[in-house]
Design a protein around this ligand. Sequence first.
Ligand code: AMP
Ligand code: MG
Length: 360
Amino acid sequence: MSSGKIMKIITVCAFALAAVLLVLSLAGVFTPSANYRDFNYFAMDTYVTFRLSEEGKDGKLSDSYLKEVADKCAGILASIEYSISSHSEKGEVASLNSDVNVMVGASDTLLSVLNTSDRIAKLTGGAFDYTLGALTDLWNVSGGGPRPSAKDISYAMTHTGTDKFRIGEKTIQKTDKIAKVDLGAIGKGYATQAVLEYLSTTDVSYAVISLGGNIGIYGEKPDGKGYRIGLRDPDSADGIMGYFQITTGFVSVSGDYERYFEEDGVRYHHIIDPATGSPADSGLRSVAVLASNGPAADALSTALFVMGEEKAMEFYRSHVIDFEAVLVTSDGRVVTTDKIDGSVFELSNHNYKLSGSQAE
Ligand code: AMP
Ligand code: MG
């Protein structure tokens, strides 16, 4: 077997483990409460769980009704995937990323995700960059690499940047025909929010959904206690380093353990620093963001990972976007923002030390 193939298998296994673990840890650590039904799918290249309460707005909901709701949620994901995923060969992003000057008749979903992405790219000073397609294709982390040459990285970087795209009302213009978008850092957060919006039109009164590192909480649990959500230990395939207790909003996690390949003993992960064109080497292992907006939580977890601790905390203090975060550093510290007290995040693995708001 070629070494490329072995690496590919390692990458795929690491991804599968990370995703399964998230679902298991979610399923395993929720506070027992009223009855739920879990519906599991594989969509948007990840494992998805819809955990719907059986308690409806007017009494207990039937199994068949809940199944119907879950299938509609899965349908929403499939349609979003068609509009924004780079994995979908026949989708809209595939058309936009082909050798074209302009795309006409783009869907509202694609335009809305691109507009939000453009805003967040500007607000984060380019740490979140939805135009990295040429680079992420070159690194091919999910396919196991290999590490590209410095020359190829420099060349790909000349085809990235928000100046390469002009997003209009119905059209997307490209000033560089071969520039490509990659919406992988925001799409799942967008989809999580879209599913919650749909749930608000159903009889389901509360639910929690998990979509590959993104969690969305819908409605209010009758006990008012919220959900206990495990944060994965970046150094352990099945370990949890702490728990969030969350009643509302969205949580997104980005980490160097989610997708990566190894070459000559070096880990090359999937979060690219747009300034260097290579996997971000920012001193962070993972970032969890809590926010009231799904796409923002998702995009920010990626952006803060790229920024590193100091810039991420500066960005937090600038109040440009409202969010809270937990940063896990390579030297084993857990940095928390001001409103993350012991009731929101509890560190359970004492190989790590609290730093930031909780340590003060
Ligand atoms: P996430 O898991 O949300 O952090 O998203 C990571 C994915 O977003 C990667 O697999 C790439 O497809 C893409 N990506 C990588 N680096 C960046 C970046 N700096 N800004 C935006 N998207 C990125
Ligand atoms: Mg993200």
